[in-house]
Design a protein around this ligand. Structure first.
Ligand SMILES: Cc1ncc(COP(=O)(O)O)c(C=O)c1O
Length: 357
């Protein structure tokens, strides 16, 4: 018999991974630039020892990451992607209790909470997307998930507003910083001051390593030691451990790629402005924009029509139709300049098609 809360659960629906050639893939916020060659070399070297189990705790990686953030190795835990970290946090600190999150945000939170039989409290954003500090503080939740920069809007919250939450919140505040390397200030600067803070980051986006599955959490030694109890024994494979370590030794590739994405993001923002489409200011590697048709009208039908037209031209973006704050927008990952030309070309052909109907 399936346990009741799993029976009631809708699994996470990841963005489409289209098979076949010729797609301009701007739907899952992957980095458009290649992985560092140093990562590939390190993995190649490790391939010969796959006979052995990985080092279970990813100790070298913990030590290297702690050094980067000025922390101790026992303030760090590594996950099989940051999704694995979010799951460990929920299993350790939510269980059948209550967690909270702002809406809209990352759609995995309801899934990891549902898996333990817990419930998730929604705090809706206003259209301004300002951080609802009082509502978060007053939420009855043992864990509150805050995505910064937020997804799918790209809006970032100031360190001051995050600190004002930390000062008053009773449970844990998990700041999910999957996109922090593209803008905004990391809450890791507050770790020494607040022992109810967990900062989660990933190698997937800024380090072009979504396929390797490495994420990490930074927190007090007490929190990390609890997370270690629920961690799968070999949760990070040996190739992922050496690959992530090598990625941290190639700051040039990291900086060049993130800076290039930030530049392309600014140009794309300007193009949306030329179209007179409302677009949230983004600190992430994606843009959330409200398309208008040729009559200057926006809304769910318009956003969906553009999404489908782009898909018919093999340009894949993301459309979140289920929520009033997202249903008249599309989210486009920032690709290479060439990919963004295809995307804006797709918008032009949609406008032409619309004018012929
Ligand atoms: C806000 C947010 N957190 C976490 C993740 C998961 O990243 P990872 O690849 O490290 O599991 C994503 C992925 O899209 C995300 O958007």
């Amino acid at each position: 018999m399936v346990v009741p809360w799993v029976k009631a659960l809708t699994g996470y629906v990841p963005g489409e991974q289209p098979q076949g050639e010729g797609w301009v893939k701007l739907n899952t916020n992957e980095n458009p630039y290649p992985t560092s060659p140093k990562v590939l070399e390190a993995i190649q070297e490790k391939v010969s020892s796959l006979r052995l189990y990985p080092e279970p705790q990813s100790q070298k990686l913990r030590a290297r990451i702690s050094q980067k953030f000025g922390l101790k190795a026992n303030n760090v835990i590594i996950g099989n992607g940051s999704d694995n970290i979010l799951d460990m946090i929920t299993r350790s600190f939510v269980g059948k209790g209550q967690a909270g999150h702002t809406v809209p945000s990352y759609s995995l939170y309801p899934v990891v909470v549902g898996l333990t039989g817990g419930s998730l409290f929604d705090i809706p954003f206003e259209a301004s997307m300002e951080l609802p500090v009082d509502a978060i503080v007053n939420a009855d939740a043992s864990v509150f998930f805050l995505t910064n920069p937020n997804a799918p809007t790209g809006v970032c919250f100031s360190l001051e507003s995050i600190e004002s939450v930390l000062k008053k919140i009773k449970g844990l505040l998990v700041v999910d910083e999957a996109y922090i390397d593209f803008g905004g200030q990391s809450a890791s600067a507050l770790l020494g001051k607040y022992d109810n803070l967990v900062v989660v980051q990933t190698f997937s986006k800024s380090r072009s390593l979504a396929g390797l599955r490495v994420g990490f959490a930074l927190a007090s030694e007490a929190i990390i030691s609890i997370l270690d109890r629920v961690r799968d024994a070999y949760n990070v494979d040996s190739l992922a451990q050496v690959g992530a370590l090598a990625a941290l030794e190639d700051e040039d590739t990291f900086l060049n790629n993130t800076q290039e994405i930030i530049k392309t993001r600014a140009n794309s923002e300007a193009s949306f402005q030329d179209l007179n489409w409302f677009t949230y200011p983004s600190s992430a590697n994606f843009l959330f924009t409200q398309p208008k048709n040729n009559q200057g009208v926006s809304g769910p039908a318009v956003a969906q029509s553009l999404f489908e037209h782009l898909k018919s031209e093999k340009v894949l973006v993301r459309y979140f139709g289920a929520h009033p704050l997202t249903c008249s927008f599309i989210r486009v990952s920032v690709g290479t300049n060439h990919q963004m030309e295809s995307f804006f070309g797709g918008i032009k052909s949609w406008q032409i098609k619309e004018s012929q109907n």
